[in-house]
Structures are given as structure tokens and as C-alpha cells.
Design a protein around this ligand. Sequence first.
Ligand SMILES: NC(=O)c1ccc[n+]([C@@H]2O[C@H](COP(=O)([O-])OP(=O)(O)OC[C@H]3O[C@@H](n4cnc5c(N)ncnc54)[C@H](O)[C@@H]3O)[C@@H](O)[C@H]2O)c1
Length: 336
Amino acid sequence: MKHFLLNKLIKKIFINHKLSTKHAKICSDALINAELAGAPSHGLSRLKMYCDRINKKLINPKPKIKIKKISQSISCIDANNSIGFVAADLAVKTAIKNAKKTGIGLVAVKNSGHYGLSGYYVEQAVKKNLIAMLFTNAPPAVAPHGASKSLFGTNPICFGTPTGSKVPFILDTSISMINRGKIRVAAKEGKKIPEGVALDKSGKPTTDPKKALEGVQLPIAGFRGSGLAWMVDILSGVFTGGNHAGRVKDPFTDFSAPQNIGHLFFVMKPNLFVGNSFNSRIKDNIKTIKKLPKIKSIKEILYPGQNKFNRYINNLKKEIHIPKDVLEDLKNLNAF
Ligand SMILES: NC(=O)c1ccc[n+]([C@@H]2O[C@H](COP(=O)([O-])OP(=O)(O)OC[C@H]3O[C@@H](n4cnc5c(N)ncnc54)[C@H](O)[C@@H]3O)[C@@H](O)[C@H]2O)c1
């Protein structure tokens, strides 16, 4: 289906679930963006989950979001259990506004929920010619180094910067070998997951996504990845007032309470230290790296975000594929 038609349907579903038209649009735009960016694990496949959580009063469709200004640069947001997309949209806009005024915008968010792709928000700041970093925690999926039980989420780390070209640099990566959404999609589609990304609940390596979801996911780079996940949990959970230390609820399986996820947005003007030469410096940096001799199998050295940018542009021209189970969800949600 064409992306703009699907967007209208999704918006209608959120409005039927009592979100305001403005909030419904924020949510449908974010889900369609995930599909176009080639991340269906964070797109329509999650729609039913968000609606289930609204129906069970774990996501507040009419949140009274409070923004507290701590200084010209720093704000904190209590999202009042809003859907994560709405909290993150407000947070990035606030961080951009603060950074435009003072050079730096730091915004903490608590009482939020799953917001999808970090890169979607960081890109909004980069499009305004700002550097941005974003951290969020997530439900337990990864065992801390040395532990046999999962506690850290796949806690994505996202960094973006203008590049002086129309393609932004956006490093947007989970700290796990594979993001959990991809394991869920593989489980639904009866596919295997790659070797070396997960252990079953008895600690044995597995390529069975269902066993992986019951067991633990492996962090990138062993104890280093575990350390990065811990850092994200501190910055987005401990520091913001959000849940942390494994207390973020799994949105698909734990309906005992709202998620209370925390996010931390950090936005900076690129000219803070080097003035207007940032543009030529970043261009020089990227050019130098791209000119390096390449290993045989590689045609071009890509910077993070380049592949996603190309995918997005290509997908804009195509129809969005709706898998059978998602089509069923859409029918059950009275989309048609
Ligand atoms: N909200 C949440 O709780 C949550 C949790 C985990 C992940 N996510 C999201 O899931 C998405 C996918 O995460 P992921 O870990 O699967 O990302 P990924 O492995 O697909 O990509 C990670 C990064 O590597 C870059 N990259 C990929 N191939 C490259 C290449 N050949 N050369 C140079 N760079 C390359 C990508 O541009 C990206 O920035 C992210 O947007 C993330 O924010 C969200």
C-alpha cells in the first residue's frame, strides 16, 4: 500500500484509541517512517501492541505532559505515560529550541514508553544543522557481563551530525548483536536468527528466535557492549527519573504497569568550538576516511546513516509491504 494511504489508516486507528489528531499524526508518521527506513520490526508490527497497552490503560492517550525548565539549556519532561512517540517528539523539539538559544539543549524524559527508532528524532535535530545524541533504555533482553539473567535492554545509542551534504551521519545502534524487534519478527515468520546473537534459557547458543526471546541476547563486543548498555541505563533511567535496573516492562508481555521508560536528548550547535569551519572540517573528515584503500568485498566505505538514507529514498517510490499477520491486526483494529 502507498505510504500516505497507510499513514491515514494508522492515524485513524490512533484517533479511535482516543489520541488527539495531533498526537495520532505524530504516531502514524513515526511508524510509517520506520517502514520506509527499512525497519519493519519497529513499524506496523508494533501497532497492535500500542493499542493493547492503550486499551489496558498502560499508555495514556490523553497525557498531561509537564515540561519543567531548569535553565535556558536544560528541561525535563514528565510524559505522564504518554505513548513514547509523543514524548520523544516534544523532547527533541524542546532540545532543539534550547540548543538554538544557548548552544546546548539537554532534555530528560521520564514516564515515557517505547518510541521506536532513535535515529528518527536525532535526524530532526540534524536537519536543523545541530549535532545530537539520544539514549533510551528498554525492557530486559541482554545479560550484564558475568550474569546469567537478562537485565539491560537493547538500549540504543544514537549520534547524529550534519555532514555538509544532504545525507546526515546517523549512528543508531542497539548495544546487542541484533535488535529485539528483528528476533520478534523472525519468531512470527518462523525464520532462524543468525548464530552468535543469543543464548537459550539454559545458556546454550541458539538460532531459534522463540528460544532466544526466552533466553538472553548477547551484547556487542562482550563486556564493552555490556558496559555501554549500563551507561545508557544510567543516563536514560537513573539520571532522568525513569525506570532502570531491569524494571522497564516488556511492552508485549508485561501488562502489570506502564513502562516508565526514560530518554535523554543532548543537542549541540556544531560551531561551538570551531566556528563556521565545522562544515569544511566534517567534509574533510568524511572525505579522508572514504578515500582509504578498501578491502576486496567493499565497493564504498559508508558512514553510518548513508545506507538508511538510500533505503528510505528508494522505499518512498515503492508500496509498503504489509505481512499477513499485520494485515490481520489492521482488520481487527477496524482500519478498513
Ligand atoms: N526504542 C527502543 O527501545 C529500541 C531498542 C533497540 C533498537 N531500537 C532501534 O532499532 C533500530 C535498529 O537498530 P540496530 O541495532 O538493528 O541497527 P543496525 O544494526 O541496522 O545499524 C546500526 C548502525 O550501523 C550503521 N551501518 C549499518 N551498516 C553499515 C555499513 N555497511 N557501513 C557503515 N555503517 C553501517 C547504520 O547506519 C546504523 O547507524 C535503531 O533505529 C534503534 O534506535 C530501538
